[in-house]
Design a protein around this ligand. Sequence first.
Ligand SMILES: N[C@@H](CCC(=O)N[C@@H](CS)C(=O)NCC(=O)O)C(=O)O
Length: 214
Amino acid sequence: MKLYTYFRSSAAYRVRIALNLKGIQAELLPVDLLKDGGEQFGAAYDALNPSHLVPMLEDDGMLSTQSLAIIEYLDETCPGNPLLPRTPRERARVRALSQVIACDIHPLNNLRVLKYLKRKLNASPEQRDEWYRHWISLGLEALERQLVRDPETGLFCHGDTPTMADCCLVPQLYNARKFDCDLTPYASLVAIAERCEALPAFRNARPEEQQDAR
Ligand SMILES: N[C@@H](CCC(=O)N[C@@H](CS)C(=O)NCC(=O)O)C(=O)O
C-alpha cells in the first residue's frame, strides 16, 4: 500500500493517523505542494489524480482519493481497531462529526483557496488570516456544542476509543494553532485532542515527524 502525502496536509494527516491506528505499514510518497508551483500539478501526479490534491492511496492497482473515503476503505478492509462504530446510528454520528471538519471547515481553508484569495482577489495576509480563522471558529463552535451536548461523546469524539472523527479533529486543531486561532472556547475539543496526542498513532502522524518535513 502507498500513500501520497505531504507533511503539512491536514487531509493526509488524517489518513496517516488512521493507518497508524489500524497498524498498517504503508509506503509514504511525498508530493510537495509548494515546490515549483506544486508537484500535484506535475504530469506524473496529474495522470494519477486529476483533482491535484493529496492524500491518495494506492492499493493493489486501485487509486483512492478523498481522505474520508480512504479511511473508510482502510477500516473495511483491515481488521482490528475499528474507526467507525458498529451501528448505523453511531456511524452516522461519526461521519457527521468528521464532515463538519472535512466538508464545512477544511475546503474553505485549503491551499488553493488561500492562493486564490491572494492572487485573484488581492486579499492581504491579514484578510487571508481573518478568513481562515472565521471558517475555523464557525466549524469548531458547532463541533464543541455538539460534543458537549451528546451523551455519545466519551474520552474521544465518539465513545472511549478513537474513531474517524478524532482522525479529523487533531489535524484541524493543529492547523488552527498554526494560524493562532483562539482555542479557549473549545475546551472539550482541546481535551479530546490531548488524549489523542498521548497515543503514538497520533504523535507519529504529526507533520514534524514526516520524512518530507522541513
Ligand atoms: N476533500 C479532500 C481534500 C484534499 C485536500 O484539499 N488536500 C490539500 C492538502 S490538505 C491539497 O492537496 N491541496 C493542494 C492545493 O490546494 O493545491 C480530502 O479529504 O482528501
